[in-house]
Design a protein around this ligand. Structure first.
Ligand SMILES: [Cu+2]
Ligand SMILES: [Zn+2]
Length: 241
């Protein structure tokens, strides 16, 4: 059906070109644009139906095994860990676990930025991942992978987040792209300079990983750990109060 529509679109454009002999008129350009919108809609409906039919019952899962950037100098902390994603249904908001260690153990809790970057290339260190993944050409912090700031305590970052705008499927999927952990806090576009609306002035890229499809097991294990951590924290709070 799509091929048929595309052929119609090309024929319509061709016929109009012949009539005008030189360039398509503004009217033809509008018609082509409308046709393009319609074809895209049909294409999306067809692919979404396919995605809905094959959607796993436990949701779609992805893992990102965080490794220190190969281009770090010796003075920088070696951050490692795991970022997991789960999307329960097509169009549903993304959930994520962030479990990272190796940050400096500072006396005061610090905050670090984490984003999705454009390329899943970590071969030259995290610099090869390019800028923030920005499929809609909008300013930071409106990119789908602008996950914001994460508190680090005792050198560890542990967080469950839900309601994330990124998706594991569709034309703006983050699958195969990278997650980058930064040395500084994200200024969330309020820094008053160009870098602020591009990357939040989040500083050096300490560590990164490539987002890849995985089964539901890692998520189940992390969710169990999360329940246990919260229980332990509640118990220690009860003891101290
Ligand atoms: Cu970043
Ligand atoms: Zn961003």
């Amino acid at each position: 059906m799509l091929a048929l529509l595309c052929s119609c679109l090309l024929l319509a454009a061709d016929a109009s070109m012949d009539a005008d002999m030189v360039e398509p008129s503004a009217n033809t350009a509008d018609q082509i644009r409308d046709m393009h919108v319609k074809v895209t809609q049909i294409w999306q409906e067809l692919t979404q139906q396919g995605a809905r039919d094959s959607w796993p019952d436990a949701g779609l899962h992805a893992a990102c095994h965080v490794q220190p950037s190969a281009s770090l100098d010796a003075a920088q902390p070696r951050v490692t860990g795991l970022v997991l994603f789960r999307q329960l249904a097509l169009g549903a908001k993304l959930e994520a676990f962030f479990d990272l260690e190796g940050f400096p153990t500072e006396p005061n809790a610090s905050s670090r930025a984490i984003h999705v970057h454009q390329y899943g290339d970590v071969s030259q260190g995290c610099e090869a991942t390019g800028p923030h993944y920005n499929p809609l050409g909008v300013p930071h912090p409106l990119h789908p992978g602008d996950f914001g700031n994460f508190a680090v305590r005792d050198g560890r970052l542990w967080k469950y987040r839900t309601g994330l705008a990124a998706s594991l499927t569709g034309p703006h999927s983050i699958m195969g792209r990278s997650v980058v952990v930064h040395a500084l806090q994200d200024d969330l576009g309020l820094g008053g300079n160009q870098a602020s609306v591009e990357n939040g002035n989040a500083g050096r890229r300490l560590a990164c990983c490539v987002v890849g499809v995985c089964g539901p097991e890692l998520w189940a294990r992390k969710a169990q750990e999360h329940v246990e951590r919260r229980k332990r924290r509640r118990e220690s709070e009860c003891k101290t109060s």
